[in-house]
Design a protein around this ligand. Structure first.
Ligand SMILES: [Zn+2]
Length: 81
């Protein structure tokens, strides 16, 4: 992890810790349960760490990553045409 977050530092995205139904929820109170905070404070994470935070299997994280990369590649190709 790049920067260890100060426990008393507040999330700049949401006022209250997020609940499990929120799309940016992550199972880590230290980061106000906010996936955006994790990404800002920790930088790139391994698939293993992400799978633990999100409660998904490593295989599922790998699938989501592949789908996201495919979508980004498609957009880049569109932009450069
Ligand atoms: Zn946040």
């Amino acid at each position: 992890m790049k920067n260890e977050r100060n426990l008393f530092q507040k999330c700049c995205h949401y006022r209250e810790p997020l609940n499990e139904d929120h799309r940016h929820y992550i199972n880590e109170l230290k980061y106000n349960n906010c996936v955006l905070c994790v990404s800002e404070w920790c930088g790139p994470l391994t698939q293993d760490v992400i799978s633990k935070y999100l409660g998904l299997s490593k295989m599922r994280i790998c699938q989501i990553e592949r789908i996201a990369l495919k979508k980004m590649k498609k957009r880049i190709v569109k932009l450069t045409d």
